[in-house]
Design a protein around this ligand. Structure first.
Ligand SMILES: NC(=O)c1ccc[n+]([C@@H]2O[C@H](COP(=O)([O-])OP(=O)(O)OC[C@H]3O[C@@H](n4cnc5c(N)ncnc54)[C@H](O)[C@@H]3O)[C@@H](O)[C@H]2O)c1
Length: 387
């Protein structure tokens, strides 16, 4: 079987879906890799390294026409700029693995389905111990949490660590994280390593212990979310009254910090506004907000998607696709996730979809010209399909 790796085409995207380091384990399973010329270049993996590990370097056309499985980072759906141009190349009998934004729009998913390809969405990976090595969302969130802190530190006109010097004492930077999922937890760890005092808030009570175990202070608010966590461990959408109270109660904490990193997202929903214009205005001049929810509408009222703006003297970073800004390690982690997934999917050198395996069942998005995923069909109000 041939696994094809096209060069990513989303503007500014620097990641690549497979790195040379995973090729040996794919070869052992009977999977030959074909990469598009220059696919790994901007992530730090030149063509020669792929060739060294046994891959063939080919044109985009050759990859799409030859490969049995196409692996990408951003496919049509998550790549809303150039992803559509790949659709005419996809075909029945071909598998596609990548970020497909399965809770984006039904029309986009129908477009993918109509190609006849068997598409697997990495976003739908179950959150089980067995699937942990395949969890690309967590990998990318880890990278984003790290990068958010590094960007904030670089932008802030202060330093993070406390210093006692002959020139006086410098107090440590204060970093508040709102939304302590994988990205938020990595942000706490990174901010602490740089010497900042980190605190974090999440509406899921389970987050408290995780924040504290990383040396962060947990911000307790006297409100309780209703069914804060769904069966998969994701936060759930709350009513506007709950968000209003949250904003009111978070106001002091936001004003008291030099950096606020927001990462409060809900799968398939626009992100709640947790930091308002008034809250930004109360922050000290030079403060920084990094809004990791920017692509999903943003947690800060003043965030401009894809941009860095200064409002009331506060820099608000709404840059999209932060994982792509650390392409070497983001690609390495993604490649490991995808490889673990492919090794689970391919038996005796053949793609063997087994719907009794929840990893296959939950990630399988389109097949035979249709959207077949039960969770996605339910989300879009499509009639349930038979087994
Ligand atoms: N394999 C596994 O078991 C596995 C894998 C990944 C994550 N997890 C766990 O799942 C949990 C969620 O992580 P994630 O990275 O997917 O989260 P996520 O990216 O979906 O969301 C980020 C965080 O924002 C929080 N949030 C949403 N709305 C909020 C609001 N209004 N106010 C405050 N906080 C709000 C959520 O509770 C969540 O913690 C974490 O505890 C993580 O450790 C488990």
């Amino acid at each position: 079987m041939i696994v094809g790796v096209p060069k990513e085409s989303y503007p500014g995207e620097r990641r690549v879906a497979l790195v040379p380091g995973v090729l040996a384990s794919l070869a052992k399973a009977g999977l030959q890799v074909m990469v598009e010329t220059g696919a790994g270049e901007s992530a730090g993996y030149p063509d020669a390294e792929y060739v060294d590990k046994g891959a063939k370097v080919a044109s985009r056309e050759e990859i799409f026409s030859t490969a049995d499985i196409i692996v990408q980072v951003l496919c049509h759906g998550s790549n809303d700029k150039t992803g559509r141009s790949d659709l005419p190349f996809l075909r029945s009998g071909q598998a596609l693995v990548g970020f497909l934004r399965p809770l984006g729009t039904a029309e986009t998913l129908q477009e993918i389905a109509r190609t006849g390809a068997t598409a697997f969405s990495v976003e739908l990976m179950p959150r089980t111990t067995r699937a942990q090595s395949m969890d690309a969302l967590s990998s990318m969130a880890t990278i984003c949490g790290y990068k958010a802190v590094v960007m904030a530190a670089d932008t802030l006109p202060r330093i993070f660590p406390m210093l006692t010097t002959a020139a006086g004492t410098i107090t440590p930077g204060r970093v508040l994280i709102i939304g302590a999922g994988v990205a938020g937890l990595q942000a706490i760890a990174t901010a602490r390593r740089l010497g900042a005092v980190a605190s974090a808030y999440d509406m899921r009570p389970a987050a408290k212990e995780q924040v504290q175990s990383l040396g962060g202070r947990f911000v307790e608010l006297p409100i309780e979310a209703k069914d804060a966590q769904d069966a998969r461990g994701y936060g759930t959408a709350q009513g506007e009254e709950f968000y209003r109270k949250q904003r009111e109660l978070l106001s002091e904490a936001v004003a008291a910090n030099d950096v606020v990193i927001t990462a409060a997202v809900i799968p398939g929903k626009t992100s709640p506004i947790l930091v308002t214009r008034e809250m930004v205005a109360r922050m000290a001049p030079g403060s920084v907000i990094v809004d990791l929810a920017a692509e999903r509408g943003g947690n800060c009222e003043l965030t401009r998607g894809g941009e860095i703006v200064v409002e009331h003297g506060v820099t608000i970073i709404g840059t999209f696709n932060l994982a792509s800004a650390v392409p070497y390690h983001a690609s390495q982690m993604y490649a490991k996730n995808v490889t673990a997934f492919l090794l689970n999917l391919v038996k005796d050198g053949k793609l063997q979809i087994n719907l009794a395996d929840e990893i296959h069942r939950e990630t399988l998005l389109t097949h035979g010209g249709e959207i077949v995923n039960a969770r996605v069909r339910e989300f879009f109000g499509l009639a349930a399909k038979g087994a």
